[in-house]
Design a protein around this ligand. Structure first.
Ligand SMILES: *Cc1c(COP(=O)(O)O)cnc(C)c1O
Length: 387
C-alpha cells in the first residue's frame, strides 16, 4: 500500500518522545515552550503558540481576533473544512473566494472583485483566511494590500506550508498577516501526531491566543479582576476558552522533527521534479510553481486533461486504489459539503473550484517514497488513464 502522504520517524524522534515519558511532565512541561521557540525562530516570528491541532489553532486565531456573531469570514473553497469551520465555531458567517487557475490558491483578482461588491452592500469581511494549498504560498502581498485598503484581518492557513518560503522569506513570519497557522498531522510536512501552532508578531494577539488555548484562564495579576486582598486568587477565568493545549510528548516529537524540516522539504522537491519528468508524456497537468514562492510541497496534485483522457478522475482514483495506491482528492469545494449546502450554497458557486474538483487527483508524496514506488505510481496511473 502506498498512501498519498505519511510521516517519517527516525530513532532520534523515538528517543526524544521516550525521554519525555520518563520525565516529570507529560504536559505543561518545558518541551512545549522549547518547541514553540524553535518554530518561532525558524520562521522569524515573535511568538509561536502551540495547540492540539491546526483546527484548534485556527479557532484560537479567530477568537483572538475577536471574530463573533455578525462577522463575516472569507476563505477559499479548495481547502480542508477546518479553514471554514473555525469561523462557524465563533458564530460568524462564512463565504468563499474562488481560486487562481494556476496556483489553485485564493485568487487575488476574485478577492478584489468580491470586496468591491461587499463594500457596496455593507458586507465586508472581518477576516480573510487564505490557504497555502499544497505548500505553495498565496499572493500574500496582494492580499495584504487589500487588507489595508478594506480593513480586514488576515490569518494564513499554512497547514501545508511549514518549511516553504515566500519572496525569499520563511512562511510563518507573518509579514503579510496577523496570524499564521501550521498543522502537524502525520501527513503534513513535520508531525507531532496531532498538533498545530499559531504564529504572530503581535504581543497582545499572542497573549489572547494563549488565553483561549487554556480555558480563558490567566495567572497574570495584571489581567485579573480586582478581588479582596485576603482571598487567594492564583488564577482567574476572564474569557470562555478551551483546552487546546499540546502535550510535551507531542512537542518532543515536533522539536526532534524540526531538525529534519529542511531535509524533508528538499526531498519533497526531488520527488516532485522526478514526477514532473515521468509524467510529461501523460495527458495530465503537473503543479505550476509561482516564482515568488518555494513550496513545502505537502501535496503533489495533478489535473487530468479531460479533453484527452477518456476517464473521469473518479475512475482513475478507483483504479489506483484497486492497485493499492491510495490517491486522494484535495479538495472537494467546501461549500459543496452537505452541511454547507444546507446554509444555502449551491453547486457551481465558484467556477474555477468546480473545474478543479472535476479533474484533480493527489498522488503519493512524502519523504520516504522510493524511486521504485514512484515508478509504480506512474505506471499504474498510466494504465488507469489508458485502460
Ligand atoms: C490538515 C489541515 C487543517 C487541520 O489540521 P489539523 O491539525 O488536522 O487540525 C486545516 N487546514 C488545512 C488546509 C489542512 O490541510
Amino acid at each position: 500500500m502506498i498512501n498519498y502522504g505519511r510521516q517519517d520517524i527516525n530513532q532520534a524522534d523515538i528517543d526524544a518522545v521516550a525521554e519525555v515519558l520518563r520525565s516529570d511532565f507529560l504536559t505543561q512541561g518545558p518541551v512545549v515552550p522549547e518547541f514553540e521557540r524553535a518554530v518561532a525562530s525558524y520562521c522569524g516570528a515573535s511568538h509561536a503558540v502551540s495547540a492540539n491541532s491546526a483546527t484548534g489553532a485556527l479557532h484560537m486565531a479567530c477568537l483572538a481576533l475577536g471574530v463573533g456573531k455578525g462577522d463575516i469570514v472569507w476563505t477559499t473553497p479548495i481547502t480542508f473544512v477546518a479553514s471554514a469551520n473555525c469561523a462557524l465555531y465563533c458564530g460568524a458567517e462564512v463565504d468563499f473566494v474562488d481560486i487562481d487557475p494556476r496556483t489553485y490558491g485564493m485568487s487575488v483578482d476574485r478577492l478584489s472583485e468580491k470586496l468591491v461588491q461587499a463594500k457596496a452592500t455593507g458586507r465586508l469581511p472581518k477576516l480573510v483566511i487564505p490557504v497555502h494549498l499544497c505548500g505553495q504560498p498565496c499572493d500574500m502581498a496582494g492580499i495584504h494590500a487589500l487588507a489595508v485598503k478594506y480593513g480586514f484581518r488576515v490569518v494564513e492557513d499554512a497547514s501545508h506550508a511549514i518549511g516553504g518560503r515566500y519572496k525569499g522569506e520563511p512562511i510563518g513570519n507573518c509579514r503579510y498577516s496577523d496570524i499564521t497557522v501550521f498543522s502537524f498531522h502525520p501527513v503534513k510536512i513535520i508531525t507531532t501526531g496531532e498538533g498545530g501552532m499559531a504564529l504572530t508578531n503581535d504581543d497582545l494577539l499572542a497573549k489572547r491566543l494563549r488565553l483561549f488555548r487554556s480555558h480563558g484562564i490567566t495567572s497574570d495579576p495584571k489581567e485579573m479582576d480586582p478581588r479582596p486582598a485576603d482571598e487567594l486568587w492564583n488564577y482567574q477565568q476572564v474569557e470562555l476558552g478551551y483546552n487546546y493545549r499540546m502535550t510535551d510528548i507531542s512537542a518532543a516529537l515536533g522539536l526532534s522533527q524540526m531538525k529534519r524540516l529542511d531535509e524533508f522539504v528538499t526531498r519533497r522537491h526531488a520527488i516532485a521534479k522526478r514526477y514532473d519528468e515521468l509524467l510529461s508524456s501523460l495527458p495530465v497537468i503537473t503543479p505550476w510553481q509561482h516564482p515568488d514562492g518555494y513550496s513545502g510541497l505537502h501535496l503533489y496534485v495533478i489535473r487530468l486533461k479531460l479533453y484527452e483522457v477518456k476517464k473521469t478522475n473518479k475512475q482513475v482514483f478507483k483504479s489506483l486504489h484497486a492497485a493499492a495506491i491510495l490517491a486522494n482528492l484535495h479538495y472537494i469545494p467546501v461549500y459543496r459539503q452537505p452541511y454547507f449546502e444546507k446554509m444555502g450554497f449551491k453547486a457551481g458557486y465558484c467556477k474555477e473550484a468546480e473545474a478543479y474538483f472535476a479533474d484533480v487527483l493527489t498522488i503519493p508524496m512524502y519523504p520516504g517514497l522510493t524511486d521504485s514506488e514512484q515508478d509504480l505510481v506512474v505506471a499504474e496511473l498510466r494504465a488507469a488513464i489508458e485502460a
